[in-house]
Design a binder for this molecule. Structure first.
Ligand code: ADP
Ligand code: ASP
Ligand code: MG
Length: 396
């Protein structure tokens, strides 16, 4: 008997009809002779609504209480899904993260999975029960509920598939798979049959919301093959795995990430140690820095610009303003990236991207590259036309 892990995102379980639809997918899989563990997200916009509710009461709530609040969204979905399956007449049990054995770090709001004690899930499967697990949550060593960060239910599913040695891990969502760009924004984006972990990890990290990047990292680490597919249309989705048979495409996808802010430290002395002093202050506060640009020094001074997540912009200003004089923040920027393993052997990729941006009159503020991606920072107001132009250049 094969074990199949299935995960259903927020819009897939948004209302009673959608819950019934998913209950049918789960029970059909079960009736075909498989064991099934299904992970569910909070319904529709529940998580956003809960965040708003918290803000009405306290604009700076503790992360611990936020986790108690947000984990409730997934608790509602799990119980409703189990009820829908009871009604169909199959044996089922819903489990919260801690009941499913998820032990995590105590990093509230962005906890990491330490171990999964699988005994309870194994016992329930032995009794031929379908298990519904509440996504993106666990328990830390202090006995508190923790959550895994936005989109973290994907990670719950991959972690269960790895720990339980599942045959398949299916991520059901509201689009038919992973596309060359967000299919809701770019009309002629096309679905990829397959993609490697490395490319998917870059796409997810650079703004393709369809999979959470930690889940891809974990899938790669434990070699869990993922299938991303639609809970609306029963058509083949996208397979995410280590190696793919298709010839390398130059570019696999184009992404946009608006969660970025540019910080510029202007007119600092052009002497050794300046970058070290600035970035070690940020490191001490666990603030991640992304693209870094140091200008050509002249008259003994230079500028350093870098990007951080928007949520960190104000803290960065606080940390640097006393030591570094003029510190400028620009939150009206966006990062556009192209990702593809094929570009390693194609030196013209960056030129092609820059030409597409030039053709629509978009100015590039910063550039960063790695073997399989090129990112540019541009004005946020240009972001949508930039993605469309770059996508059109690579995918005629
Ligand atoms: P779920 O609630 O199922 O977890 P998400 O909203 O987190 O779903 O992710 C699915 C959404 O990701 C899609 O509706 C789509 O708009 C967006 N998306 C962004 N980039 C891509 C891409 N390259 N391929 C597919 N979907 C993408
Ligand atoms: N409900 C959580 C969120 O919206 C987790 C998830 O859906 O994966 O981020
Ligand atoms: Mg998601």
């Amino acid at each position: 008997m094969a074990l199949i892990v299935q995960k259903f995102g927020g819009s897939s379980v948004a209302n009673a009809d959608r819950v019934r639809n998913v209950a049918k997918i789960i029970t059909d899989t079960y009736k075909a002779g498989n064991s099934v563990i299904a992970v569910v997200s909070a319904q529709g916009d529940t998580t956003d609504d809960l965040i708003e509710k918290a803000a009405e009461i306290n604009e700076l709530p503790s992360k611990r209480e936020m986790d108690v609040l947000l984990s409730a969204g997934e608790q509602v979905s799990a119980s409703l899904m189990a009820m829908a399956i009871e009604k169909i007449g199959c044996p089922v049990v819903s489990l919260l993260g801690w009941q499913a054995g998820f032990q995590t770090s105590s990093g509230y709001g962005l906890a990491r999975i330490r171990t999964i004690n699988t005994a309870r899930m194994e016992r329930e499967l032995d009794q031929r029960k379908i298990i519904i697990v509440a996504g993106f949550q666990g328990l830390c060593k202090y006995g508190d509920v923790t959550t895994f960060g936005r989109g973290g239910s994907d990670t719950t599913a991959v972690a269960i598939a790895a720990a339980m040695h599942a045959e398949r891990c299916q991520i059901f969502t509201d689009v038919e798979g992973v596309y060359t760009a967000d299919p809701r924004k770019i009309k002629n984006a096309h679905k990829l049959d397959e993609i490697t972990y490395d490319e998917m990890l870059e796409l997810a990290t650079l703004g393709a919301q369809v999979l959470n990047n930690r889940s891809v990292e974990m899938a790669k680490k434990y070699n869990v093959e993922l299938e991303v597919l639609s809970s609306y249309n029963p058509v083949p989705g996208t397979i995410v795995k280590e190696k793919i048979a298709m010839e390398k495409m130059l570019v696999r996808g184009v992404t946009k990430d608006n969660d970025t802010a540019r910080i510029s430290i202007v007119g600092v002395p052009d002497v050794p140690g300046v970058a070290f002093r600035a970035f070690s202050k940020l490191a001490a506060k666990n603030i991640n820095v992304d693209i870094i640009l140091q200008s050509y020094g002249h008259d003994g001074s230079q500028d350093i610009s870098f990007t951080v997540s928007r949520a960190n912009a104000d803290s960065v200003l606080e940390l640097l303003k006393d030591d570094f004089g003029t510190v400028l923040i620009d939150t009206g920027v966006s990062k556009i990236s192209v990702v593809g393993a094929g570009m390693e052997s194609h030196p013209g990729t960056a030129a092609k991207m820059f030409e597409a941006l030039y053709d629509v009159d978009v100015n590039i503020l910063m550039i960063a590259t790695s073997e399989i991606k090129i990112s540019v920072l541009i004005k946020e107001e240009d972001a949508d036309k930039a993605v469309a132009a770059v996508h059109a250049a690579f995918f005629k």
